[in-house]
Design a binder for this molecule. Structure first.
Ligand code: SF4
Ligand code: SF4
Length: 238
């Protein structure tokens, strides 16, 4: 129906172990389906073997990136790649925000369950200790002003020292809070996909450097959002 109405629909596509080696088929599938945007996200559940391995995640995303940029006019957006390119200043489109894992603000994706329970992100629903209130017994304003929400916001934005000294932190922003939930001592941990994220981000930076006719300016932290200032024409024109 959305297709019939020509509505720009988006899809979240979960990458599982079975997806590995099927990148081209998956890419062709979405070309035929014509979504506006696809968000590839790794299957993940705390300390279980259903989680996609970091190596497999890196392999899938790097292959998918190469397929995506091999098209002169990629037929759909891939959110992670588009956001990385945008942060690096190489995405020629109007865009006013980055959400989710490259935003560095995991506490702002408020999720309300059918029983009224409120979480700061829907992916945190699986752990009741992440609950910040219930909309049936208190107002939304009260919930976001509550001590538990403020505390959660602070924990969410507390990064481990490896992230703070990481060369790609300004892009990665420490990853997904759900995949780096603090341990019992409330010590921040690395995203389960840390190594994979490093590989993927470096691969994109390498692609920019090698495919550009212009010299990529040194990457540096420019402002609160760690965005590069755009000082020259963009190369990735879609
Ligand atoms: S916790 Fe994960 S899924 Fe939720 S907003 Fe943060 S990055 Fe996105
Ligand atoms: S790549 Fe790893 S160390 Fe670097 S910011 Fe991301 S999660 Fe942290």
């Amino acid at each position: 129906m959305l297709k019939k109405l020509k509505y720009p629909w988006s899809v979240i596509s979960v990458i599982t172990t079975e997806s590995i080696g099927q990148e081209e088929a998956i890419f062709e599938f979405f070309i035929a389906e014509k979504p506006f945007e696809v968000d590839f996200t790794p299957a993940f559940f705390y300390e279980t073997n259903i989680s996609l391995s970091p190596d497999n995640y890196a392999q899938f995303m790097i292959k998918m990136f190469d397929l995506w940029v091999s098209k002169k006019n990629p037929p759909f957006d891939i959110r992670f790649f588009r956001d990385v390119l945008y942060i690096l200043g190489y995405y020629n489109t109007e865009k006013d925000q980055i959400i989710c894992e490259l935003a560095g603000m995991c506490h702002r994706n408020i999720s309300i369950l059918t029983n009224g329970d409120v979480y700061s992100c829907e992916c945190l629903n699986a752990k009741p200790s992440n609950k910040i209130g219930n909309i049936l017994s208190e107002t939304f304003i009260k919930i976001v002003q509550s001590e538990s929400f403020v505390r959660l916001s602070q924990i969410t934005n507390t990064y481990c020292k490896d992230c703070l000294s990481c060369e790609v932190f300004f892009v990665c922003k420490a990853g997904c809070y759900n995949r780096r939930l603090p341990n019992e001592n409330e010590k921040s941990r690395l995203d389960f996909y840390c190594d994979a994220r490093k590989k993927i981000i470096h691969h994109i930076i390498d692609w920019i450097e090698n495919s550009s006719t212009k010299t990529l300016q040194p990457l540096e932290v420019q402002n609160m959002n760690y965005r590069r200032q755009l000082t020259e024409p963009l190369i990735f024109n879609r």
